[in-house]
Design a protein around this ligand. Structure first.
Ligand code: PLP
Length: 426
């Protein structure tokens, strides 16, 4: 499908029915798959032959959706996970072990901040959080001999920092490590991290990809571009024999698909976290309309951002689509079709008016979610980022009065009307 435009790929990639086969992706709700000979099954276990044997490792429904997402990002292979959290964990853990180090953007999703700063630390993996807007000379200082990856979001949730992908890729590569970009908010429709040098892309498919708040899921996509063997001393898990698979060497046996194969055959095998086939089916339905929805999300968000910016009770609006926004130029470069539907803004007076405003909304709902068809709001300081202290909040680009507004695809006049009446109450 690689010659088609993204709108076509969203519909046509992945499931390829055989003659007389079902046009719609079937839900293979089966844990196991049947074989005629014991020898055949043995070859599957040796990774000698491709085929299905147990859904924790592979499932036809899941694989069709993984293939579609790999195609959408322009990658060579993808692995789906049961959540975006699992995707980011596996993406890093696949190439980084105890005693090693990663660099991560400080303005990052709260769950990723805890994952790297707290939980992975307990596994012996150290993380340095950096301000990705800092000059390269400054960022250089974060690299250590045991650094194994750099992780950042193309559009930071919720700070809406737009990543200078080329700059970060250049830095990572000059230190012989891959750049992992969490492309959840931009989606492959609006941002193509591999075209700017990123090596691995992750997603919380829970957000726009699904688009209807139906399933929690994640994905890891490999560009196939990072040369693991050139830095074999750092990535020995990929370049030396795997004792748990009869001594196969992933880079030798699987070439450009080494990274995803290792993630599946080691991390999924040992840690689990697969999505259910039913959830993959739902995700696939969502993906079909992703380009249409992203266009409308961006259109509506732009109108809402302009409305908020002109409102007397609003102190500040962050949306890269606004010409005065700090990230406007970077957004134009990396996301020419638009960024996403998420806006953050601050009411004059801080925390209390923010809460009064939220409680007065009628159409927009208060939910711990963003990036789906329905307009919704969240107060990061009292919800998603509740665990962070004021200093950490500041580092993550969040102020106590900040409201995160996820603009849906309803009629924009109705959305603005609702915000307007709630602002009167604030
Ligand atoms: C939501 C989110 C995650 C976590 O994904 P889950 O599917 O909720 O586990 C990771 N990264 C970003 C940017 C997110 O928005």
């Amino acid at each position: 499908m690689s010659d088609y435009q993204i709108e076509t790929k969203c519909i046509q990639s992945g499931w390829q029915p055989e003659n007389g086969g079902p046009r719609m992706l079937p839900i293979y709700q089966s844990t196991t798959f049947k074989y005629d000979t014991s020898e055949h099954m043995g070859k599957l276990f040796d990774l000698e032959e491709e085929g299905y044997f147990y859904t924790r490792l592979q499932n036809p429904t899941n694989d069709a959706v993984a293939a579609k997402i790999a195609d959408l990002e322009g990658g060579v292979a993808a692995m789906l996970t049961s959540s975006g959290q699992a995707a980011n964990f596996y993406a890093v853990f696949n190439i980084c072990e105890a005693g090693e180090h990663v660099i991560c953007a400080s303005s990052i999703y709260g769950g990723t901040f805890n994952l790297l700063g707290v939980t992975m630390k307990k596994l012996g993996i150290e993380c340095t959080f950096v301000d990705v807007d800092a000059p390269e000379e400054e960022l250089e200082k974060a690299f250590k001999p045991n650094t194994r990856a750099v992780l950042a979001e193309s559009i930071a949730n919720p700070a809406l920092v737009i990543l200078d992908i080329e700059k970060m890729a250049r830095l990572a590569h000059s230190h012989g490590v891959p750049l992992i970009v969490d492309n959840t908010f931009a989606t492959p429709v609006n941002c193509r991290p591999f075209e700017w040098g990123a090596d691995i892309v992750t997603h919380s498919t829970t957000k726009y990809m699904d688009g209807h708040a139906m399933q929690v899921g994640g994905a890891i996509v490999d560009s196939g571009n990072f040369d693991w063997e050139a830095y074999g001393d750092k990535f020995h898990g990929l370049t030396t024999p795997d004792d748990s698979y009869h001594g196969i060497i992933y880079t030798k046996k699987f070439g450009k698909k080494a990274y995803i194969t290792k993630a599946t055959s080691q991390l999924m095998r040992d840690l689990g976290s697969i999505p259910s086939p039913m959830n993959c089916f739902l995700l696939n339905v969502g993906l079909e309309t992703l380009p249409l929805r992203m266009e409308r999300h961006c259109y509506n968000a732009q109108k809402v951002a302009e409305f908020l910016q002109a409102h007397e009770k609003v102190a500040a609006v962050n949306y890269a689509g606004l010409p005065g926004d700090k990230y406007h130029e970077l957004a134009k470069k990396y996301m020419p079709k638009g960024t996403c539907g998420v806006i953050s803004f601050e009411l004059k007076g801080g925390r209390e008016p923010a809460v009064r405003f939220m409680d007065s909304l009628k159409l927009a709902s208060i939910v711990t979610h963003v990036a789906d068809a329905k307009t919704c709001v969240l107060h990061p300081a009292s919800h998603t980022h509740r665990q962070l202290n004021d200093q950490q909040l500041k580092e993550a680009g969040i102020s106590p009065g900040m409201i995160r507004l996820s603009v849906g695809i309803e009629n924009v006049q109705d959305i603005i009307q609702d915000l307007s009446q709630a602002l009167e109450q604030a």
